[in-house]
Design a protein around this ligand. Structure first.
Ligand code: ARG
Length: 489
């Protein structure tokens, strides 16, 4: 089918209405999958050769034509035809224009239904690993700041009210550990995408002697579909990516919000490097945390992308429906958003400086209250009674215009008869911090444990990204059972 007729023109007596075509075409957004479409098409040509449908010469000329298509795509000079609905029809039309009947043989035994799912999965396989690398980079920046601030005293918050003194590393690591889970979720999304649908054809398989298991191995997939209708209608892998992206987006937005707070004059905990802050067009003194604010907002966008595709999939009848074309834009958008946000946030975190004096000064006065109550517990007082005694002490001092940090031995004695003078030491925030030695706590030894743990996680992430750790254990087993690996070796 050459010229400006659609691939399916045979049955139709009239060409498509311009408005219908403009509304229905996915080419504007799916042309970014040209690499994957070319790879999948080349693999299908090899499959057709193995099936005896293409001669080795025909397969060779198809691969050559695909290589020249790749070369023009690479430099952005591929010329689309008005009838190219999507990247799949564009590549097929290119082959037919180039090779005539040989090109016209390529679509035997395949459908755009299995092809689009193949391209999309290949695209996501690469993208999930690149995003995982971005997560790793941001995590490393947070961990480096945590190393720097392993002795820095800071206020910890609940309800955004000063709650208990901590080492600032404790707080920074509380942003790093969620990212370690995000990394694993991104890898899980990678594994979900790593299943080949090619050879499912429209949804019911084909009468041609093709071997989808061999095609899966040829394309480097870890596994192959089990049911052809499921293969073309399954978008779980895209949902899993979007869910991982949405959760990551929520984590980034929480970090963004804290950066916004820390850099206010009111908090004054952190100063952004000039390279990661923006000014005001009218107020010369301003230094704004625009990037942190944008990241805070992008969490909403990535959440919406997940909801969009969940909504599309809900109630959708099997097998392929054009609704499925709506899968790509939310996925591309989440991927692009993360590809932008992760490196810029990593740079911002790596270069921001923290004002350790401000952080220590903000620890404040009431924050030793829990520790005083725990001192009483150590002396055998029931916790509820201890809580009440210290609460009354804080209230009374406040009424006198005094702070808990200025409490005297007499104040303590008046608050509860079990208090001894040495309890006053607990008013020192560093003593409070040192005392919280429980698992995962903020004491220096526990921070050292946490740093060791996260460093080991970062190391493991590095080996996964460098490919030295198997990502495919489960799927390899599945493929082995079906013999796909053996097909090529
Ligand atoms: N552009 C389509 C998509 O993205 C490709 C599949 C078209 N299949 C079909 N039967 N119309 O989903």
């Amino acid at each position: 089918m050459t010229g400006d007729k659609p691939l399916w023109a045979g049955r139709f007596s009239r060409g498509p209405a311009a408005a219908m075509q403009a509304f229905g075409d996915s080419l504007p957004f799916d042309q970014r999958m040209w690499r994957e479409d070319i790879a999948a098409t080349a693999a299908h040509a090899r499959a057709l050769e193995r099936a005896g449908i293409l001669t080795p010469e025909e397969r060779g000329s198809i691969e050559e034509a695909l290589a020249s298509a790749a070369a023009v795509f690479e430099v952005g000079t591929f010329v689309f035809d008005d009838a190219d609905e999507d990247i799949h029809s564009a590549v097929e039309r290119f082959l037919t224009d180039r090779l005539g009947d040989t090109g016209a043989k390529i679509h035997a035994g395949r459908s755009r239904n299995d092809l689009v799912a193949t391209d999309f999965r290949l695209w996501l396989k690469g993208t999930t690993l690149r995003i995982a690398a971005g997560i790793h980079e941001l995590s490393a920046a947070l961990v480096a700041q945590a190393e720097t601030h392993r002795d820095t005293l800071a206020p910890g918050y609940t309800h955004l009210q000063r709650a208990q003194p901590i080492l600032f590393a404790h707080h920074l690591l509380a942003h790093a550990f969620p990212l370690a889970r995000d990394f694993d979720r991104m890898l899980a999304a990678h594994r979900a995408a790593d299943v080949s649908p090619l050879g499912a054809a429209a949804f019911a398989g084909t009468s041609l002697p093709l071997d989808p298991v061999a095609t899966a191995a040829d394309l480097g997939f870890a596994a192959v579909f089990d049911n052809a209708a499921d293969a073309v209608s399954d978008r779980d892998f895209a949902l899993e990516f979007l869910a991982a992206g949405a959760i990551l987006g929520v984590h980034l937005s929480r970090l963004g919000e804290e950066i916004v707070l820390w850099t206010t004059s009111e908090f004054g905990f952190a100063v952004l490097d000039d390279a990661y802050a923006q000014g005001s067009s009218i107020m010369p003194q301003k230094k704004n945390p625009d990037i942190a604010e944008l990241v805070r907002a992008k969490g909403a966008r990535m959440t919406a992308n997940l909801l969009h595709l969940l909504g599309v999939m809900k109630g959708l009848p099997l097998a392929y429906d054009k609704d499925l074309q709506e899968d790509k834009e939310p996925v591309f958008d989440t991927a692009d958003t993360l590809a932008g946000a992760l490196p810029v946030l990593a740079g911002l975190v790596a270069t921001m400086t923290f004002d350790t004096d401000r952080l220590a000064a903000a620890v404040g006065t009431a924050s030793a209250a829990t520790d005083l109550a725990e001192w009483l517990v150590g002396a055998g007082v029931p916790f509820r009674e201890a809580h009440h005694a210290v609460g009354s002490l804080v209230g009374r001092l406040g009424a006198e215009g005094r702070e808990l940090s200025g409490a005297t031995v007499d104040d303590l004695a008046a608050a509860h008869p079990a208090f001894r003078p040495e309890a006053l030491e607990r008013l020192d925030p560093r003593r409070c911090v040192e005392a919280r030695r429980s698992h995962g706590g903020t004491a220096p030894e526990r921070i050292a444990d946490q740093l060791e743990c996260i460093r080991a996680i970062l190391q493991r992430q590095k080996s996964v990204l460098l490919g030295s750790e198997p990502k495919r254990i489960v799927k390899d087993v599945a493929l082995g059972r079906r013999g796909a690996r053996g097909a090529d070796s």
